[in-house]
Design a protein around this ligand. Structure first.
Ligand SMILES: NC(=O)c1ccc[n+]([C@@H]2O[C@H](COP(=O)([O-])OP(=O)(O)OC[C@H]3O[C@@H](n4cnc5c(N)ncnc54)[C@H](O)[C@@H]3O)[C@@H](O)[C@H]2O)c1
Length: 482
């Protein structure tokens, strides 16, 4: 059952909630609150409040070292095939298998391998070909870049079959699947890493190290987002065979892609490691653009007529999170409004502020807070506080690339941790708590921005979990062949 206005009143109590539900005003857009998700909103609510005792703490857990990391890829469209290429530059890696439902995609991905020594057996032609691949005994890591709804099922199945797993973002699209990822990782002691590349962008890493060194004082507030106008191209990607992303934007109304903005600020605020996100509210604008695109495109091509009047997601979503330490985090999501790209990345503290967008990134300090620091002063701070991972790897990361180098840095660090038997920078609790903002935002949007708790996937272990290492105190030994 989905929670419409009537059954939500039953769940949450009419007296308090009816006050939250005034009549809707006049709008030229499609009302965001009235668009029902395909998913059961009631299920989101009950899963958010369910208790799951921790079976084993995967935060800080170091799996046995792997001299060579044998990898199988699932989903090698635009993102996955680029990952195959990047990973093939890393020493101590063997690409053992590649799977995609489309044979042409597997072949193209195979051709992107840059170094010798990768047998890359092909799995293709069937929706569930990945299962056969995941059952193989000679794979250590499954790297997943499929449509969103497959991330969690493939992740769970892979861990159950003895593999570590790296999942593209978001790691899951339901609260239930977030819990399943956590439980399976704890049960199997297999890592479940979220591939949040923005945590490895250079300014994000600089601000993380600045935060660790007390530069910001107490952090009061942070902002992150994914504001990227892909508007019409979303529809062209919606052509037969490539329509998964368009469909996600039709059935669900909230922040569908929270982790680019949230991952870096969650690390800066030590979320799941001394801090935790407690509850959130979410509000979406109406849809002013997607239906308009659908109408315009359908006048040119009949194929697009099916999208006219579809329940498109509101264009801009604003989700606000409160942490147990009393801080706020604003996360925005907008892929249709015509405006410059931004992930915000604002850190506001009692002693200093950082702001990445609009570019260039800037810093300011409390004593002189009406101005941003000069470029010269910025460079001095960068020289002093860039963490070792940047100093050591930035040139090669920029050369191999992937969003300016952050994608390669992420892949290299993943492999280096596995080869050195180190804990993961982004563990299953991060994967679950960053991804769960998606479904929780759907619930809040559908209920006129009512608050909803964010599950504590660590079951209290956040109080003693330690922040991850950004100083390469261990590891950093994996070479790159170029
Ligand atoms: N981190 C980033 O910066 C970033 C950037 C782009 C995409 N992504 C993520 O990467 C993922 C893929 O996005 P994309 O743009 O490459 O999409 P895409 O549509 O180009 O690729 C998806 C691939 O998955 C394959 N696939 C679909 N069903 C499958 C199945 N049952 N078994 C095996 N393969 C299957 C498709 O054939 C396709 O090749 C998404 O999760 C997306 O969010 C992340």
């Amino acid at each position: 059952m989905q929670i419409n206005r009537r059954n939500f009143l039953k769940i949450a109590g009419a007296a308090t909630v009816s006050a939250m539900l005034p009549a809707k005003g006049v709008s030229s857009g499609i009302p965001a609150e009235s668009q029902q998700s395909d998913k059961s909103l009631k299920k989101i609510y009950s899963e958010a409040y369910k208790k799951h005792p921790q079976k084993f703490n995967m935060c800080g857990y170091a799996a046995p070292k792997l001299e060579t990391v044998r990898i199988g890829f699932v989903g090698v469209g635009s993102r996955g095939s680029a990952a195959v290429e990047r990973i093939s530059y890393i020493e101590g890696v063997k690409i053992v298998a590649i799977c995609d439902v489309l044979p042409g995609h597997v072949q193209k991905a195979k051709e992107r391998i840059q170094t010798p020594g990768h047998p890359a057996i092909v799995y293709s032609g069937k929706e569930d070909a990945w299962m056969e691949m995941c059952r193989r005994e000679d794979i250590d890591l499954i790297y997943v870049a499929t449509p969103w709804e497959l991330h969690a099922p493939i992740g769970i199945y892979s861990m159950e079959h003895g593999k570590h797993v790296a999942l593209e973002i978001p790691a899951a699209t339901t609260v239930e699947d977030c819990w399943k990822l956590v439980e399976t990782s704890e049960d199997t002691k297999k890592h479940c890493v979220i591939l949040e590349n923005c945590c490895y962008d250079f300014f994000e890493l600089l601000t993380l190290n600045l935060a660790r060194n007390g530069f910001f004082g107490e952090i009061v507030h942070a902002e992150g987002g994914y504001i990227h106008e892909i508007g019409e191209s979303l529809f062209f990607r919606g052509k037969p065979g490539r329509n998964w992303r368009l469909k996600e934007n039709m059935g669900r109304n909230g922040n569908l892609y929270p982790t680019h903005g949230l991952g870096p600020v969650a690390q800066i605020m030590n979320v799941n490691r001394g801090n935790r996100m407690e509850y959130m509210v979410s509000m979406s604008s109406d849809d002013f653009l997607m239906n308009q695109y659908a109408k315009e495109l359908s006048q040119k091509e009949d194929y697009f007529k099916q999208f006219e009047g579809a329940p498109f997601r509101g264009n801009m979503n604003n989700s606000i999170i409160k942490t147990v330490k009393g801080q706020t985090i604003l996360i925005q999501h907008d892929i249709t409004t015509p405006r410059p790209y931004s992930r915000l990345h604002t850190i506001s503290g009692t002693k200093a502020t950082a702001q990445k967008y609009p570019l260039p990134p800037r810093l300011s300090i409390a004593e002189d807070h009406k101005e941003w620091l000069s470029e010269e002063k910025f460079r001095e701070i960068e020289m002093e506080y860039n963490p070792l991972i940047i100093r050591k790897m930035q040139d090669i990361a920029k050369e191999i690339g992937g969003h300016g180098g952050m994608d390669f840095l992420m892949d290299w660090r993943l492999i280096d941790c596995l080869r050195n038997g180190l804990p993961m920078d982004m563990d299953v609790y991060d994967a679950a708590s960053w991804s769960v903002i998606g479904p929780l935002s759907e619930w809040s949007v559908a209920n006129r921005s009512a608050p909803i708790d964010i599950p504590d996937f660590t079951n209290g272990a956040w109080k003693t979990n330690r922040p991850h290492d950004i100083a390469l105190t261990e590891g950093g030994t994996t070479g790159v062949v170029i």
